[in-house]
Design a protein around this ligand. Structure first.
Ligand code: ADP
Ligand code: MG
Length: 680
């Protein structure tokens, strides 16, 4: 193995090293695992007469004429003749050496794409060789490369790595033999050698769409490395220390007793799961997922109670001001009667106000805020538990920053955008997951209507009528991604139009540019029923909880993402009233937009919607990898290779427990120094 960790060509110019680094190739083993995108077939000679254009082909014949033609632009033109036909070879840039090679009478091979030109069949800039050179016995690999690194040079480096390095099997032999789920998987080196240089008769389709057994083997190994890495991170966390927060039931019981309703069975279960974690001296890292309206806030409050009872502080972070305020009010209602001091931190205050806030935060049992919580200067004296609401809205980096605020506090993350199982398995192996799979009783699912934009007036009249019976309405303005100003302007206009159209109703307005105090005033008025209709931008997307609001109208619904629409719709259907969500859409609809609206219309279950969203958008969006720079898998695909993910997971357990050396070797082989980012 010592060879594999050696630098690639350390004595060559830095630029080569730099170019290879851009491809993530720093070791010989990296080159070996740099696999082709596709192949060219230079192993067979095609008769010219059998070609008809638009295909890659290798031909061989005699040069009959070769000349420099001055027009339409200076170029080298040669004619090559085999027994079956004749073809033109055209070079718009050329070297004297090429001109020399193409002397009339020479026996030449040319590889390139054929096309039907004005003067018959031709090849532009074919790759040339003499007919006397032996034909390759395998397909020619085409690798992903980077500017300035020629395919031929990369091929040579990789071929050399193949000669120098051989990767020993890391999968235990017993397992290899007992591999019944995938009976045809080849040994690793056989798979790698085949993928670099497949024989001409290999099933090319299976190579290209990566279903070939050799690809399966490589993907399994890649997934295994990921699983091992995450599993080791998990073990490391389990071995590190955190304050024990066993609680004594004083606060938790008092809170439960004060509620006008009973916990759902699902809430009881996850509260127990979280409670057990908090009681251990190792940092909890748990994701609480549950559909919108499932009652995650109460679960968080009960976890907070257990930490406070144990003499520690709790930090609660929410993604928006509105949500932080609302949580502050809710927690004040629940916990202040028990004697909790609750501090609320907001961003964008004057220094003196900030200092006061910070001082309060140091002494409070519970500190609630937006990302202001993680800004410098806020320090906690006894931080025991960090709760992050709507965790998918935060970047990985922000979450890490908050975790580093205390010794190693326990961490509870909450999300209404469930992470599909395969993703949870492969990206969140270092995360325990609790699921609220039940809504509080008495909810009837929101009825969703799809309505064309040209019936907006009608919808306005309908909402006006409904509100006369005491119902409250959200009116969501279109998302305008390109321009926040335009979005704001639209919200102001909508507010003006609706206020005028419904003089008997109070119409409020909530948008991102309001000052924190103003937002709070609007939301409080809406909660109190002083406002019947709330015109809002997506600031109300997550978390907002006003049970009496039972109508939502979303303009230009086709512009929103699936998860976003589901979140928005989750603002209603929280009371006993039958709620209605109207999705106003403008034609023409793109096929994905149509698909999204159809899914929303047909489904209410957030987990199922998330699964469909994954199909539509791919995994990147779910885990915030765009923000975090998390490297995606190179070869395996979490959706189509899910059967391999499961095998890799079991295999990772086996290797770590019984073959720790191989486990390490395997991880090092695939991840090397890339591991840190994978874990963040
Ligand atoms: P989410 O999971 O989307 O964050 P919330 O925590 O905002 O949901 O809860 C939605 C609503 O359900 C709130 O008004 C909350 O008080 C209420 N709620 C929570 N748990 C229960 C329960 N067990 N029975 C009845 N209502 C509940
Ligand atoms: Mg919530």
């Amino acid at each position: 193995m010592s060879k594999t960790t050696k630098e690639v060509e350390p004595n060559r110019a830095n630029t080569l090293t730099a170019k290879l680094a851009r491809l993530g190739l720093s070791r010989q083993v990296d080159l070996l695992l740099h696999l082709p995108l596709r192949y060219e077939d230079e192993s067979r000679i095609s008769p010219i007469a059998s070609l008809f254009g638009d295909e890659n082909a290798l031909i061989e014949g005699t040069i009959v004429v070769c000349e420099i033609v001055p027009r339409p632009r200076r170029q080298l033109v040669a004619r090559l003749n085999d027994e079956s036909g004749i073809i033109t070879l055209r070079f718009l840039h050329f070297y004297p050496s090429q001109q020399k090679m193409l002397m009339p009478g020479a026996r030449i091979r040319a590889f390139g794409e054929t096309r039907q030109g004005f003067f018959g069949l031709e090849m532009v800039h074919p790759r040339l060789s003499f007919a006397s050179t032996p034909l390759p016995q395998t397909l020619t690999p085409v690798y992903p490369t980077t500017a300035g690194l020629a395919q031929a040079a990369l091929r040579k480096l990789i071929a050399r790595a193949q000669e120098k390095v051989s990767l020993p099997e890391t999968l235990p032999e017993a397992w290899q033999q007992g591999l019944t789920a995938l009976p045809t998987l080849p040994a690793l080196m056989d798979a790698i050698n085949l993928l670099h240089h497949p024989p001409p008769n290999a099933e090319q389709d299976a190579l290209i769409n990566r279903t070939h057994p050799a690809w399966q083997r490589v993907k399994l190994d890649e997934l295994l490395a990921q699983q091992i890495s995450l599993r080791l991170a998990y073990q490391a966390r389990r071995a590190s220390r955190a304050p024990r927060l066993p609680g004594n039931g004083e606060w938790t019981n008092a809170l439960i007793a004060s509620l006008p309703f009973a916990l759902t069975a699902a809430q009881c279960r996850v509260v127990a799961e979280i409670g057990a974690d908090l009681a251990t001296p190792h940092p909890m890292q748990r994701l609480l997922q549950g559909d919108v309206g499932a009652g995650k806030t109460l679960v968080a409050a009960l976890a907070a109670c257990q930490a406070i009872e144990s003499g520690f502080q709790v930090a609660f972070m929410a993604p928006t001001e509105i949500l932080a305020e609302q949580h502050f009010l809710k927690f004040s209602e629940w916990l202040a009667p028990l004697g909790a001091r609750i501090a609320w931190l907001t961003g964008g205050k004057k220094a003196s106000a900030k200092n006061k806030e910070r001082k309060a935060a140091r002494e409070a049992e519970l500190v609630i805020g937006t990302h202001a919580l993680i800004q410098e200067g806020v320090d906690f004296s006894r931080l025991g538990l960090v709760i992050i609401d709507e965790q998918h809205r935060f970047g990985v980096r922000q979450r890490l920053a908050l975790r580093q605020k205390g010794e190693t506090p326990h961490q509870l993350m909450m999300s209404a955008t469930p992470i599909p199982r395969t993703l949870a398995m492969s990206y969140c192996a270092d995360l325990d997951v609790s699921t609220l799979d039940e809504l509080p009783p008495g909810r009837s699912p929101v009825r969703t209507r799809l309505v064309r934009m040209n019936r907006r007036e009608e919808i306005m009249a309908w909402a006006r009528q409904e509100m006369a019976t005491g119902r409250q309405t959200y009116w969501v303005c279109p998302l305008i991604e390109e321009s926040e100003t335009l979005e704001l302007q639209t919200a102001l206009e909508t507010h003006a139009v609706l206020s005028e159209a419904m003089p008997e109703h109070a119409v409020g307005l909530a948008h991102g540019r309001l000052k924190p105090g103003e937002k709070q005033a609007v939301m409080s008025a809406f909660v109190a029923g002083e406002i019947q209709l709330l015109v809002a931008t997506t600031v109300i997307e997550v978390g907002v909880d006003v049970p009496n609001a039972s109508i939502m109208i979303i303009e230009h619904a086709e512009r929103f993402g699936l998860a976003q629409l589901h979140q928005l719709r989750g603002r209603i259907g929280r009371g006993s009233e039958q709620s209605v969500c109207v999705l106003l859409y403008a034609e023409p609809l793109s096929s994905t937009a149509r698909e999204r609206l159809k899914i929303l219309f047909e489904m209410n279950d957030g987990f199922e919607i998330a699964r469909r969203d994954l199909e539509l958008r791919g995994p990147g969006e779910f885990i915030g990898s765009r923000q975090s720079g998390l490297p995606m898998l190179r070869y395996a695909d979490l959706e189509s290779d899910v059967h391999l993910v499961e095998i890799a997971r079991d295999l990772a357990t086996l290797l770590i427990e019984r073959y720790p050396e191989q486990a390490n070797q395997h991880r090092e082989r695939w991840l090397g120094d890339k591991e840190e980012t994978l874990r963040a």
